[in-house]
Design a protein around this ligand. Structure first.
Ligand SMILES: [Zn+2]
Length: 385
């Protein structure tokens, strides 16, 4: 009986049914959900998974919802004969389908450039650069074009923003696609877009009964469309979970909030919503530590922020620099007067690309370790490990 009991007990304590235990396991479980675009089913699956992990560690969780309007490209392209050539709708473009000859517009696409060609009822093909997208599109509209294709001036496609809603389908394409469209050739421009309300959710984990955190560890869980977001930013999210795991049984657990923000990629919207909706909590924070892209070592872990926290980091034996770089979720906290540190390893080659499928659990662990030590120093608490 004894011999049978021991393995059974071990299984119970080491892994509750269905709960993975290491950062690598968590990544392997979450990445197949797909890109965690705010408001998507994949985003919710990842959040539910991580919520269960925090609870298994003995934390309570709270969901804070917020909504915002967003423009989505539902899949747009340009076709030459049977050939489907990819592209991305520019934000604020109208949707629509136009079959007409293509007209290559010389220069950057000013009104004078459009005056040199006849784009009436046709698809204007214009080069990116020199003047804003909206100026090219307004010139095209004034000249009577039925649609616009903007060709990138660097390799690959791009996602641009017009800034003002226009009644013309506008597609951004790579130079390769641009070169495949000949002057006078019939093309079909298909732009499918949607303007809708995003239902986004921040997930907060904390110890039961605790309402006044002194430290907030944060990372955004959402990713951009088309990118699985392993490094950006499942890496930071798993670092926050790892910090929470290490904090179990230490004073840090009862003095911290662990936040996974949504809507970061749409403009730091999750952290902004948190700061706005929790003024009391934010006022009491001694530090906000934000981890974004810490799973691929483009450069050694860079920790930067305000002087008092940089000093605390150095006392904890962690290198940090005094500057306020990086546009991520620490920004709304800093603007609200909270001392912040930003943990980051640089933008890797797969940043916002379909290739963002890898994170190194070792690097995630090191970032978590550094954040843990610094928070510990800030609180002046000795971890009971
Ligand atoms: Zn990010």
């Amino acid at each position: 009986m004894k011999l049978l009991l021991w393995p059974a007990l071990l299984v119970l304590t080491v892994s509750s049914p269905g709960l993975a235990v290491s950062t690598g396991d968590h990544a392997a479980a979450i990445l197949p959900f797909g890109p965690r675009v705010a408001g998507s089913a994949a985003g919710e699956q990842a959040r539910a998974y991580l919520e269960a992990q925090f609870r298994a560690l003995g934390y309570q969780t709270r969901r804070e919802s917020f909504t915002y309007p967003r423009f989505d490209d539902l899949g747009s392209d340009v076709r030459v004969g049977e050939q489907v050539l990819g592209g991305s709708a520019l934000q604020d473009s109208a949707g629509g389908e136009v079959s007409a000859p293509a007209v290559r517009v010389p220069g950057p696409g000013t009104a004078a450039d459009f005056a040199q060609v006849d784009v009436r009822g046709r698809v204007a093909v214009v080069q990116r650069g020199q003047i804003p997208f909206i100026d090219k599109v307004r010139a095209a509209l004034a000249a009577g074009a039925a649609g616009v294709v903007i060709v990138n001036n660097a390799s690959g496609g791009f996602r641009g923003t017009l800034g003002v809603r226009v009644e013309l389908p506008v597609l951004g394409v790579s130079p390769t696609v641009g070169a495949a469209i000949e002057d006078g050739q019939p093309v079909t421009l298909r732009v499918r877009v949607r303007e809708g309300q995003v239902q986004a959710v921040n997930l907060i984990a904390f110890k039961a009964g605790m309402s006044k955190p002194e430290v907030l560890f944060g990372a955004h869980l959402d990713s951009v469309q088309g990118a699985p977001g392993a490094n950006d930013n499942l890496s930071g999210s798993l670092a926050v979970l790892e910090i929470a795991r290490r904090a179990v049984g230490t004073p840090l657990a009862a003095r911290s909030f662990f936040a996974l923000f949504d809507g970061e990629e749409d403009g730091l919207l999750g952290s902004r919503a948190f700061v706005k909706d929790n003024p009391e909590t934010v006022r009491g924070l001694k530090a906000m530590l934000n981890l974004d892209m810490v799973g691929v070592n483009v450069m050694p872990l860079m920790i930067s922020g305000e002087a008092p926290l940089v000093a605390a980091a150095r006392r904890a034996g962690v290198e940090a620099s005094e500057r306020t770089s990086g546009s991520s979720d620490q920004v709304p906290f800093r603007q609200a007067g909270v001392p912040t540190l930003f943990f980051h390893r640089g933008l890797d080659a797969n940043y916002h690309q379909p290739g963002d499928t890898l994170l190194d659990p070792e690097l995630v662990g090191q970032a978590a370790e550094a954040a843990f030590k610094i928070a510990d120093e800030v609180l002046g608490a000795v971890p009971a490990r």
